[in-house]
Design a protein around this ligand. Structure first.
Ligand SMILES: Nc1nc2c(c(=O)[nH]1)N[C@H]1C(S)=C(S)[C@@H](COP(=O)(O)OP(=O)(O)OC[C@H]3O[C@@H](n4cnc5c(=O)[nH]c(N)nc54)[C@H](O)[C@@H]3O)O[C@H]1N2
Ligand SMILES: Nc1nc2c(c(=O)[nH]1)N[C@H]1C(S)=C(S)[C@@H](COP(=O)(O)OP(=O)(O)OC[C@H]3O[C@@H](n4cnc5c(=O)[nH]c(N)nc54)[C@H](O)[C@@H]3O)O[C@H]1N2
Ligand code: SF4
Ligand SMILES: [Mo]
Length: 673
C-alpha cells in the first residue's frame, strides 16, 4: 500500500468500495497504464473470487468517452453540456470566489454541499469536504435518499446492533428475504442461501416481483408495494395470540412489547391480506412457518422502506425475531446493514458541526425552486448524480436551470447533473487512489489502493477540498493534506488496533467478531443494552404514530403502483453511461391486456409529476397492478430523456424522512408515433 503509482504491466490487489453491501476484494491487471482486466480475488473469503459483471467493466468508465479529463466552465445554456477547458488554478479560484461571495452576501447557508455515497469509501466523504463546508457555515444536508427509514428503525430498536452476516445464512432453517433482491444487489449472499436450501432450509420471499429467489421459494408473498407493515403486524398478532411470543426473552432483553402488541391487535390475517393484496392463507402459512422454525433469519432489504409506511414497516420486521425468540443461535435473528459493526466515529473531521439549517436531500427540487431564506446560491455536487437518482426529477431540473444558481459538479464522468454545471471538476475513481472500503453486508474493512495513474487531470476529493480550504484562507494547517495524509489520519482514528492491522495487512477484528451471533456475541447498542420494540422517539417522530398503517391515497387517475428497484447494470447511476439494452417498463399481462398493449409497444408512463416514454416488456414477474422501471438510469436511456425518478413523489417516509421511490402511482398508455 505504500508503493508509488505503478508504471509497468502488473496485477494489483485492491477492493471495491462502491455502494454495494459486499465489498469484493479485487485483482486488477494493468498494461501500459490502463486497466485491462478486473476480477475478484480471494483475499475477502466472503466474496470468494467472483464479482459482478458491472464492475468487471469498470475499466470502460476509467478510460471511457464520458470521462471528465480536466476542469471546465460552462459556455452554453444550462443543460447543454457545452464547456470550455480551464486550468485547475483557474477553476479553484473561480469556485472559491463564488463560495466567498455567496457567504459574504447571503450568509453561509446559501451554500449547499450535495453529496451521497460516491465511491462510498471512508475517504471520499466527511474529510476535508466536511471541514470546508463546516468552516463556511454552509447548510447541512440530511443524507436521507437511502437507508434513512431502516437506519432510524435499527438505531431506535437495537442501537445499530450488527447483523447476522452472509456466512451464517448457511446455518438457517428458515430464510425470509423481505424487500431485497440479492441476486442483483448483494450477489455474494446467494450462495449461502443456496447452501442453506441444500441442507433443507425453507425460503420465504416478500416482494411485489417474482425475483430469482422468489421463483425458488417455498412461499412467495407478492405484496402490493407499501403494505409490508400490515403483513408484519399480522405476524406479530399471530405470535402474541398463539403463544408464539417468547415471553422469557422479552422480559429479559426487551421492552415495548406490550405497546407493539396493542398496535398489532387489529391486524388479523384477513385484514392484512386485504391491504397487501395476497391471500390470508398465505400470510397465515408464513406466520406459522416463522413461529415454528429455528434458526430463522430475516434478510430485511431496502425495497420495503421506500414508501409512506417504510419506517414502521422496517421496525415491525426487525421486531419479529425479538418477539418470536429467534436470537441467540447461529443462523437466526436479522440481517440489515453492518456499516455500524466497527463502531467508527469520524473523529478525523476534527471540526464541530455548526448549527446551520438542515436540508433533506430528497427535497433538492423544492429547495432550489422554493422561496427559502437565504436562497441556495451555490450548489456543490460531489459523490452524487441527483438528476438521475433523486425524487421529482423535473423539479430538480427546474432548480438546476436557475440562472442565478452557481452549480459545481465534481465527478468522474459527464453525468446528467454535470450537464447543468457552471464548473465541472474531474474526480479520480477508486482505481486511481487510496480509500478504505467498508462492507455493509459481510463485516469487512479493506484498503483500496491505486492501480493506475490519475486519468487526465482528475484529482481525489481530499486534495480538491484541501485546495479550496487553502484558497479561501480556511486552512488552519491542522488537518491532513491530500489523499495519503488523509488515509493515514483516518487509519489512526479507527477504533482499537483496526488501523494498525489494516496498515500491516492483518485482518482487523470488530468487537463482536466477523460473524457475530446476535444476543450472544453482540447486543443492542441502546443505553440499557435492551431491544426497544416501541421506541417513544420513533412514535413521536412518525407522521401517523409508530406501527400505524397509512392506507394508499385514492388515485383513480393513476391506478398502477410504480417501483424502481436496482438492476445488474448499474450501481445506483454509476456505470449508467455505458451502452446497454433499451429500457422497458415491466408490466403484468393482465394490465397490458386491459390496455390493449403488446410486447415491445411504445408506452407513455405518466402522473402529475412527469412522464417517461419507453418500450414495454410484458412479464408475469410483477404482480398485477404494479409496474417496474429500473433504478439508476441516465436520461439517454429513455425516449423522452426522463427516468423513473420523474414519476417519484418527493414525499417522505413516516419514520426517518426517507425517499418514497416505491410509492409512485402512474397510468400507462400507448404512444402513437
Ligand atoms: N446491482 C446493484 N447492486 C446494488 C445497487 C445497485 O444500484 N445495483 N445499489 C446498492 C444500494 S445503494 C442499495 S440501497 C441496495 C438495495 O438493495 P435491495 O434491498 O435489494 O433494494 P432494491 O433493489 O431497491 O429493492 C429490493 C426489492 O424490493 C422490492 N420492493 C419494492 N417495493 C417493495 C415494497 O413495498 N415491499 C417489499 N416487500 N418489496 C418491495 C423490489 O421489487 C426489489 O426486488 O443495493 C445495493 N446494491
Ligand atoms: N428510481 C429510484 N432511484 C433511486 C433509488 C431507487 O430505489 N429508485 N434508490 C436510491 C439509492 S438506494 C441510492 S443509495 C441513491 C444513490 O444516489 P447517488 O449517490 O447519486 O449515486 P450514484 O448515482 O452512484 O452517484 C454517485 C456519483 O459519485 C461519483 N463519484 C464516485 N466516486 C467519486 C469520488 O471519489 N469523488 C467524486 N467527486 N465523485 C465520485 C460517481 O461518478 C457518481 O456519479 O440513489 C437512489 N435513487
Ligand atoms: S459492486 Fe458489489 S458485487 Fe460488484 S464488485 Fe463491487 S462489491 Fe463486488
Ligand atoms: Mo442505497
Amino acid at each position: 500500500m505504500s508503493s508509488p503509482r505503478p508504471k509497468h504491466d502488473r496485477s494489483v490487489e485492491t477492493a471495491c468500495p462502491l455502494d454495494c453491501p459486499d465489498s469484493c476484494s479485487l485483482r486488477v491487471t494493468t498494461s501500459a497504464g490502463k486497466v485491462t482486466a478486473l476480477d475478484g480475488s480471494t483475499r475477502n473469503p466472503v466474496t470468494a473470487g467472483f464479482i459482478c459483471s458491472k464492475v468487471r467493466q469498470f475499466g470502460e468508465r476509467v478510460h471511457g468517452a464520458a470521462r471528465v479529463l480536466h476542469p471546465m466552465v460552462r459556455v452554453g445554456p444550462k443543460g447543454n453540456a457545452a464547456f470550455s477547458r480551464v486550468t485547475w488554478d483557474e477553476a479553484i479560484d473561480l469556485v472559491a470566489g463564488r463560495l466567498r461571495e455567496a457567504r459574504d452576501t447571503f450568509g453561509g447557508e446559501s451554500i449547499l454541499p450535495f453529496c451521497y455515497g460516491g465511491s462510498n469509501g471512508l475517504l471520499t466523504q466527511d474529510a476535508a469536504d466536511a471541514r470546508l463546508f463546516r468552516r463556511l457555515g454552509a447548510s447541512r444536508l440530511a443524507r436521507n435518499v437511502c437507508a434513512a427509514p431502516t437506519s432510524a428503525a435499527l438505531g431506535a430498536l437495537y442501537g445499530r446492533m450488527p447483523s447476522t452476516t452472509y456466512q451464517d445464512f448457511a446455518h438457517a432453517r428458515l430464510i425470509v428475504i423481505w424487500g431485497a433482491n440479492p441476486s442483483a444487489t448483494s450477489i455474494h449472499l446467494v450462495p449461502f442461501v443456496q447452501a442453506a436450501r441444500k441442507a433443507g432450509a425453507k425460503l420465504v420471499v416478500v416482494d411485489p416481483r417474482v425475483t430469482p429467489l422468489a421463483r425458488d421459494a417455498d412461499l412467495h408473498l407478492p405484496v402490493k408495494p407499501g403494505t409490508d407493515l400490515a403483513v408484519a403486524l399480522a405476524l406479530h398478532r399471530h405470535l402474541f395470540e398463539s403463544g408464539g411470543a417468547d415471553q422469557a426473552f422479552l422480559s429479559a432483553h426487551a421492552d415495548g412489547a406490550e405497546a407493539l402488541r396493542e398496535r398489532a391487535a387489529e391486524w388479523t390475517f384477513e385484514r392484512a391480506a386485504a391491504e397487501a393484496g395476497v391471500q390470508a392463507a398465505l400470510i397465515r402459512e408464513f406466520a406459522e412457518l416463522y413461529a415454528a422454525s429455528s434458526p430463522a433469519l430475516i434478510r430485511c432489504g431496502w425495497g420495503l422502506e421506500r414508501n409512506r409506511n417504510g419506517g414502521s414497516a422496517a421496525a415491525a420486521v426487525l421486531a419479529l425475531p425479538a418477539v418470536a425468540g429467534k436470537f441467540g443461535v447461529r443462523g437466526g435473528g436479522f440481517a440489515l446493514s453492518n456499516s455500524g459493526a466497527w463502531g467508527i466515529e469520524r473523529r478525523w473531521i476534527g471540526e464541530p458541526e455548526p448549527d446551520t439549517r438542515v436540508i433533506n436531500m430528497n427535497h433538492l427540487g423544492r429547495t432550489l425552486t422554493g422561496d427559502l431564506r437565504p436562497p441556495v446560491k451555490v450548489l456543490f455536487v460531489y459523490n452524487s448524480n441527483p438528476v438521475a437518482t433523486l425524487p421529482n426529477q423535473n423539479l430538480v431540473l427546474r432548480g438546476l436551470e436557475r440562472t442565478d444558481l452557481f452549480t459545481v459538479v465534481f465527478d468522474q464522468v459527464m453525468t446528467d447533473t454535470a450537464a447543468y454545471a457552471d464548473v465541472v471538476l474531474p474526480a479520480t475513481t477508486f482505481l486511481e487512489g487510496y480509500d478504505i472500503a467498508r462492507a455493509y453486508g459481510p463485516i469487512a474493512l479493506q484498503v483500496v489502493q491505486p492501480v493506475v495513474d490519475a486519468v487526465g487531470e482528475s484529482r481525489p476529493n481530499p486534495e480538491v477540498f484541501g485546495q479550496l480550504l487553502a484558497a479561501l484562507g480556511l486552512d488552519d494547517g491542522q488537518g491532513p493534506q491530500g489523499e495519503l495524509e488523509t488515509l493515514l489520519e483516518v487509519l489512526s482514528c479507527l477504533p482499537g488496533t483496526v488501523g494498525d492491522d489494516l496498515r500491516n495487512q492483518r485482518q482487523p477484528m470488530p468487537p463482536g467478531g466477523l460473524a457475530p451471533v446476535q444476543f450472544a456475541d453482540v447486543f443492542p447498542g441502546t443505553p440499557d443494552g435492551k431491544a426497544h420494540l416501541f421506541p417513544e422517539a420513533l412514535d413521536r417522530a412518525s407522521s401517523q404514530g409508530l406501527y400505524r398503517y397509512l392506507p394508499e391515497p385514492a388515485a383513480a387517475d393513476y391506478p398502477l403502483a410504480l417501483i424502481s428497484p436496482a438492476t445488474d447494470r448499474t450501481v445506483n447511476s454509476t456505470l449508467g453511461e455505458l451502452p446497454g439494452v433499451e429500457t422497458a417498463l415491466v408490466m403484468h399481462p393482465l394490465d397490458s391486456r386491459a390496455r390493449g398493449l403488446e410486447e415491445g409497444a411504445s408506452v407513455r408512463v405518466f402522473n402529475d409529476l412527469g412522464e417517461v416514454v419507453c418500450g414495454l416488456s410484458i412479464e408475469p414477474t410483477v404482480r398485477p397492478g404494479t409496474v417496474a422501471l429500473p433504478k439508476g438510469l441516465w436520461r439517454a436511456a429513455t425516449k423522452n430523456r426522463a427516468t423513473a425518478t420523474a414519476l417519484v413523489p418527493d414525499t417522505l417516509s413516516d419514520v426517518g424522512a426517507g425517499a418514497c421511490f416505491n410509492d409512485a402511482r402512474v397510468q400507462v398508455v400507448r404512444v402513437v408515433d
